[in-house]
Design a protein around this ligand. Structure first.
Ligand code: TRP
Length: 507
């Protein structure tokens, strides 16, 4: 067996995990999800989700990686062979997500030239909308209306893949050095945007909208669903990524506190990014006399349409701040994207004994090719549907299965004893209760509600054929891949699973 690479020390590991967690989800997704789901009141379901699902599952993934020193497939397979499939399922979810995550990076890359001309296309929300949907995305009329492959998007996609391929191929030592740049720099940039935002006139209008609690929303189950979804997406748990990352740590590494640092760090950053975003939106509402509700209800297009329009109204240094904003998005996204690539390529190496270069190249090339349809005029629709199905179903299922694997198959007694060996914070009864009962229960409820909603009304009114082919079809495709990978050619995988069983005294 090859000697496993390791992170240089615990700080590099935590930084890698934080880099994976902090991504587009924090700056682009969190603010509008919070605003749409009760503003300040959303923080209650959000933190409940963090404590009851985010942190426990983060600890599970860290523990699985550390004890097995291997990727999700082997880590779960070592507990019981059939669980290998669950491991592959989470890895396939990472594979699927990365295909569209990189197209979002391609959009961001496509903003770098027009950003210097922002005052001409972001005169108001309408013109900024045209710029994004027509000039950048060339958005067509529906998911089956491709128009053609748009070269700038394809080039952006290629550049994104080239960058993360080159980074991951170079090994953990280099990745550690790159993280020194991609983790702290966007945090500093957000702080700069934050100070700029807070010192603008009208900023409080935005902050009031962001933070003032609508308590009645707490009675709405959809708000709770949104909170759990946001936690999973934002913490990168359920994808096997944290299993892969912690598999590069020595067996005596501290875990529960590391999990808490990663999770709270990520959520604190989201909260902060919300201030940077809403202060600027408040200013925009103030300057243009548009009610803040209208400005902020933009949903996913907030970062690409409304925020640029708001930046274009700044009194000074418009291009500088606009450039800073897109640079922040790029740096935030890049370490999440390469962690997703690492998840899949480490799993291939662990299965077939491939070299790092070989595994990385195979995964990056396949994913790039599969992402090409997203560089057509139908790209946004494809992204939207695929994201909805992976995030609402696949990840919830893998998370439930991870809880069952630890809570019921392996047993929380054995697991907590392992975790507590080198722990700064000891876990015990509460963790066991969550993992065995509460977390799976909440997640099962979540998935049932999502499913009922799905049947009542096709997601976002897309044509039935698109939902079936792109949504359900993607799930079936990923499940079949996971099944094949867990059934065929298992010698090397099995050898490792047995090794783990022996070194951990039974399962
Ligand atoms: N957490 C990332 C973000 O906030 C996105 C993401 C979702 C992710 N799942 C992941 C990143 C799995 C790495 C691994 O943008």
């Amino acid at each position: 067996m090859k000697a496993r690479e390791t992170w240089k020390n615990r700080s590099v590991f935590i930084m890698a995990a934080v880099g994976s967690a902090i991504g587009l989800g924090n700056m682009w997704r969190f603010p509008y999800v919070a605003a749409q789901n009760g503003g300040g009141a959303f923080l209650i379901p959000y933190f409940t989700a963090l404590i009851t699902a985010g942190i426990p599952i983060m600890i599970i993934e860290y523990g699985l990686g550390r004890r097995s020193q291997a990727s999700a497939n082997v880590a779960l397979g070592a507990i019981k062979k059939p669980l290998r499939f669950v491991g592959w399922l989470s890895i396939m979810a990472a594979f699927g997500i990365n295909i569209y995550y990189c197209i979002v990076l391609a959009w961001v890359i496509n903003f770098f030239i027009p950003v210097f001309d922002i005052t001409s296309w972001a005169v108001d929300i309408t013109s900024s909308k045209i710029h994004f949907f027509t000039d950048i995305l060339h958005l067509s009329d529906g998911p089956w209306d491709f128009q053609k492959i748009y070269l700038p998007l394809l080039i952006g996609l290629f550049l994104a893949w080239l960058a993360i391929w080159a980074i991951i191929k170079s090994g953990l030592g280099k990745i550690g050095k790159i993280l020194l740049f991609t983790v702290p720099v966007p945090v500093v940039l957000v702080l700069i945007l934050l100070v700029r935002g807070l010192t603008l006139e009208g900023a409080t209008v935005g902050l009031n909208y962001y933070l003032s609690p609508e308590w009645s929303k707490l009675a709405n189950p959809q708000v709770w669903l949104a909170a759990y979804g946001q936690i999973f997406f934002s913490l990168s748990v359920g994808f096997g990524t944290m299993i892969a990352y912690s598999s590069f740590m020595p067996k005596n590494t501290e875990l529960p506190n590391s999990a808490a640092i990663t999770s709270f760090g990520n959520c604190a950053f989201s909260f902060l990014a919300g201030f940077a975003v809403f202060s600027v939106l408040g200013y925009f509402a103030f300057i243009t006399n548009v009610p803040i509700e209208q400005v902020a209800q933009a949903g996913p297009s907030l970062a690409f349409i409304v925020y640029p329009a708001a930046l274009a109204q700044l009194p000074l240094w418009i291009k500088f701040f606009a450039f800073l904003f897109f640079l922040t998005l790029l740096l935030l996204g890049i370490d999440s994207a390469f962690s997703l690539l690492e998840t899949v390529s480490t799993a291939l190496s662990d299965k077939f004994n491939f070299s790092r270069t070989k595994a990385t190249t195979i995964v990056a090339l396949t994913s790039f090719l599969l992402g090409i349809p997203l560089s057509t005029g139908a790209g946004l629709y494809w992204l939207d549907i695929i994201d909805h199905f992976i995030m609402n179903y696949l990840i919830t299922i893998t998370a439930i299965m991870e809880c069952i694997a630890i809570g019921w198959v392996m047993g929380t007694k054995k697991f907590t004893a392992e975790i507590n060996k080198n722990a700064e914070i000891r876990i015990g009864f509460i963790f066991s209760f969550l993992v065995k009962f509460l977390t799976p229960l909440i997640l099962i409820t979540t998935i049932i509600i999502s499913f009922i909603r799905e049947i009542e009304k096709p997601y976002e009114g897309y044509p039935f054929s698109a939902i079936m082919v792109l949504g359900v079809g993607t799930l079936i495709f990923l499940i079949i891949c996971a099944l094949l990978l867990s059934v065929f050619k298992n010698d090397y995988e099995e050898e490792q699973e047995n090794g783990i069983r022996l070194s951990n005294g039974g399962n």
